[in-house]
Write a protein that binds this ligand. Structure first.
Ligand code: NAD
Length: 283
């Protein structure tokens, strides 16, 4: 993302809307940043928070997806930024602080699934990228928002982990390592920042209906030499409620954890998954 950094908030890379099309900060419930939110779970979270009268800023690495997002959600601010680029992250946070003077909620959602492969065949670059986006990106954002949250004496940090952070996950070693790291990071943030009135929680989504899980299933099936529908059946069978969840289910939990209704909920790892029993595979 080199070369983009200086332009993130300058209007050429930020798809700005006139102020009269946005929730103003006066009547807003708070200022929230959602990362990797041009699509999928992040989009559902941004939409839910905006519907509850939060002023929402999202970022995403995909400029075209952001343009489409802006068409769907003209009241939500957007920036092109990579969470794995510390300078991009700094620009996004500074831009929000310059505009509103505070950040009340950070939802670290951006993440990639990484490859599906036996550990000895794992591509080193893929491993690094998976850790970089899923783990380092969350750290960069937390590092930037915490001074403002400490100054305000409040804030909610929500890290999107996965049920892969609750079990071993064969053939998905980078993703599992990254998501377990997110839980350690979350617990540590809760301890370190609790005295400053800042809460930190992690959500572990189960498989979410949508194109991302379809891709994961297809790659898993190709690797195992079976049909995608067989893999899907196994995934569903791993869950007590025998079903995938929706992005809105995750967004609802996010909205709760960002709000004052959860004012003494911190350091928690909350699965929204219909109760995953195992991630092991019969074949
Ligand atoms: P998605 O692929 O639909 O959306 C992810 C978004 O992140 C995309 O818009 C993408 O452009 C963006 N992104 C990717 N790299 C980025 C980067 N470096 N900087 C900024 N943005 C970047 O994924 P999703 O299913 O919505 O997943 C969101 C989060 O939920 C991820 O952390 C994922 O690991 C987690 N999760 C998803 C599922 C699931 O089944 N979909 C299950 C458990 C956990």
């Amino acid at each position: 993302m080199a070369g983009l950094t200086g332009a993130i908030m300058d209007g050429s890379q930020t798809f700005e809307r006139p102020d009269n099309q946005r929730g103003g900060s006066e009547e807003s419930l708070g200022i929230a940043i959602v990362t990797g939110a041009a699509s999928g779970i992040g989009e559902a979270v941004a939409r839910k928070l905006a519907s509850e009268n939060w002023t929402v800023h999202i970022c995403d690495i995909d400029a075209n997806a952001l343009k489409r997002f802006s068409d769907r959600h003209p009241n939500i601010h957007t920036s092109v930024a990579s969470v794995s680029n510390p300078a991009d992250v700094q620009s996004v946070v500074q831009g929000v602080l310059e505009k509103h003077g505070r950040i009340d909620a950070l939802i670290n959602n951006a993440g990639i699934s990484g490859m599906t492969a036996p550990v000895e065949e794992f591509d080193i670059e893929d491993w690094r990228r998976t850790i970089d986006i899923n783990v380092n990106g969350s750290f960069y954002f937390v590092r930037e928002v915490v001074p403002a949250m400490k100054a305000a004496g409040k804030g909610a940090i929500i890290n999107i982990a996965s049920t892969a952070a609750l079990f071993g996950y064969p053939q998905r070693s980078a993703y599992a390592a990254a998501k377990w790291a997110i839980l350690g990071f979350t617990k540590t943030l809760a301890m370190e920042l609790g005295p400053f009135g800042i809460r930190a929680n992690a959500i572990c989504p189960g498989s979410v209906e949508g194109p991302r899980i379809d891709g994961v299933i297809e790659r898993d099936a190709a690797k195992r030499g079976v049909k995608p529908e067989d893999v899907r059946r196994v995934y569903e069978g791993q869950v007590s409620m025998r079903s995938f969840v929706s992005a809105d289910d995750i967004a609802n939990m996010c909205a709760f954890l960002a709000s004052g209704q959860s004012r003494f909920v911190s350091g928690q790892v909350i699965a929204v998954d219909g109760h995953t029993e195992s991630l092991s595979f019969p074949f």
